[in-house]
Design a protein around this ligand. Structure first.
Ligand code: GUN
Length: 295
């Protein structure tokens, strides 16, 4: 059988970012509005620093205002809450994102609860999760909405398709299951206690891997021709003492079985920031009573 189509997340993300940029220019010209995104980083985790820098750069490139706030690793919960409250009250800020994970002494749920749901561009506030589940206009978590963009490109008709989501995190597994359900897929959510996981996966036309276990999903777990979306980003030892990134799917095996598959890196990863920009634009429009942008 022919090798799977490699789903190009970099190209899809560039397309989405350009489309957001066009809408931002339009919003400025017609309404004098510049959407603003505020990112809060607590502590000095190197990976989070890279993410935050990349978010700031992408925000500027889309024509939006970017605000960055850095708090020390020793910042108290009250200090982080005060920062979030100030951003909730700041009219120039449409989106508030507190980079996760937070240092262990800070209660992440309390920080998410304190974020104004209308500015919750991570889509993690219970109000947004409730809206998503009940089919109301929500701010949807970024990685899942990016996955849906990739899926729709390769599977134009989702109605009745069997989808399996391996992983049940709040950030990815649960929201993507809701998005697939809303798109009329028949959805299975699998996890560490699922019996016969390989058999469950083999029935799926669309497989979403979001477990954070390097190459756990093997080639012979995949239905021939299925669309495989690999959300995993795992650093493992590579050749010559260097480390390398692998997904949750054994790519070299899966590529000869699947119909289409996202590589790691260059698949789902780039979509997250593009979706964040889209959410910021949507929040900016909704907060002013304007129609949702066409992105
Ligand atoms: N850390 C890793 N991914 C994310 C994300 O999507 N949002 C936030 N806030 N932190 C993250």
């Amino acid at each position: 059988m022919a090798e799977a189509v490699r789903i190009d997340g970099k190209a899809a993300a560039a397309e989405l970012r350009a489309s957001v940029g066009g809408c931002v220019a339009d919003l400025k010209a017609r309404h004098g509005v510049t959407p603003g995104l505020a990112v809060v980083l607590v502590g000095d985790d190197p990976a989070s620093q890279v993410y935050v820098r990349n978010k700031g750069k992408a925000t500027h490139e889309a024509g939006m205002a970017s605000f960055e706030f850095r708090l020390s690793a020793g910042a108290t919960q009250a200090e982080v809450l005060a920062q979030v409250a100030a951003l909730n009250a700041d009219a120039a800020v449409d989106g508030v994102l507190v980079q996760l994970p937070l240092p262990g002494h800070i209660d992440e749920t309390a920080i998410i609860d304190a974020t104004d749901p209308e500015k919750d561009v991570d889509g993690l506030h219970v109000a947004n999760i409730g809206r998503l589940v009940t089919g109301r206009p929500a701010l949807v978590p970024c990685t899942p909405s990016g996955c849906m963009v990739l899926i729709r490109k390769h599977v134009p008709d989702l109605v009745g398709k069997r989808a399996i989501v391996v992983g049940r995190s709040h950030l990815v597994g649960k929201p993507i299951a809701q998005l697939l359900l809303a798109a009329h897929c028949t959805v299975t959510i699998a996890h560490s206690r699922t019996r016969d996981l390989a058999g469950e996966c083999r029935r799926a036309d669309i497989l979403i891997a979001a477990v954070g276990k390097p190459e756990m999903i093997r080639g012979d777990w995949i239905k021939p021709g299925a669309t495989v979306i690999d959300v995993g980003i795992n650093r493992v030892p590579g050749e010559g003492g260097k480390s390398k990134l692998v997904g949750d799917v054994a790519f070299d095996e899966a590529v000869s079985v699947a119909g289409a598959i996202t590589p790691v890196p260059g698949g789902v990863g780039p979509m997250t920031i593009a979706s964040l920009l889209r959410n910021t634009l949507i929040a900016a429009c909704r907060r002013r009573g304007l129609a949702d942008p066409d992105v």
